[in-house]
Design a protein. Sequence first.
Length: 338
Amino acid sequence: MMSMEDFIRGIPKAELHLHIEGTFEPELMFAIAGRNNIRLRHKSVEEIRAAYEFTSLQDFLDIYYEGAGILTTEQDFYDLTLAYLRKARSQNVLHSEIFCDPQTHTARGVDFSTVMEGIHRAVTDAAEESGISAKLIICFLRHLDESAAMETLEQALAFKDRIIAVGLDSTEVGHPPSKFRRVFDRARSEGFLTVAHAGEEGPAEYIRQALDLLKVSRIDHGIHCLDDRALTEELARRRIPLTVCPLSNLRLRVIDTMESHPVREMMRSGLMVTINSDDPAYFGGYVNENYLAVATAFGMTKEDIGRLAKNSFTASFLSRQEKDRMTAKVDEYMKQYG
Ligand code: ADE
Ligand code: ZN
């Protein structure tokens, strides 16, 4: 019989919560820093990896923004994105919805268009190379104010055909979704879909705000929803997807052990759960390692994994037709190996 690891490796899946800046592997950091004449604080790849011991989301973000600060040219964004898409395809990811944080780059004088062009060229080349499809979601940094987000949205308008949705990320506690109500109203009126990180470190109330005020199609993380029963029931009834990132939660100490992760309870509550890697270069695993971590911690069955993989397509921003085509692939795989 096929091992769980091989079963997870082979199953067709989508990834819906992935920060492109969080895929920046130390080897590529050295290569790009070298050609941009940037001196790194660490002397080796090993030294960089050894520094990845995080105590909280903020502790991680400080290091993550430092890494992202190396990215300067269109080629840098191209190389970063192509490397991720190749890795994802090697894990049988057929579709990925990629976050990027434009403000992290524009604040340093990198043009919005440089970021867009580099990512877009890689998405096009990867699709041609392996058939993987990708969509782009730009996130507003919630530790900055709403006017900065609005400026970013204005810049995004010229790239409407390349951006499927806007999101909200960075430091959560103290920066509730309500702070970004007007910019999300504007984004929706311009035709963008909306998502938001909510209930990662923050309370269930932030998930409520993301739903009611930002009118999001998906909640990123959302693991604190179980603290509010009415909210959990509503998320389940409306089939609002939650993009859960188990290794991220463990590495950022949102949970103490994988066995205490709420994902099992979330699935039992009828929620549309998906499994994702968040910032894989920093958290020690891409999407398959995340599936394996929860499968091992909870003794999940192949049926459970099949459901999570199917959810990943159902919860995506693919067209109805594409969703049907992709979920049929999961069904086929289940019939053969499940
Ligand atoms: N930016 C990159 N990863 C993030 C996370 N897990 N939460 C909030 N902002 C992020
Ligand atoms: Zn995230």
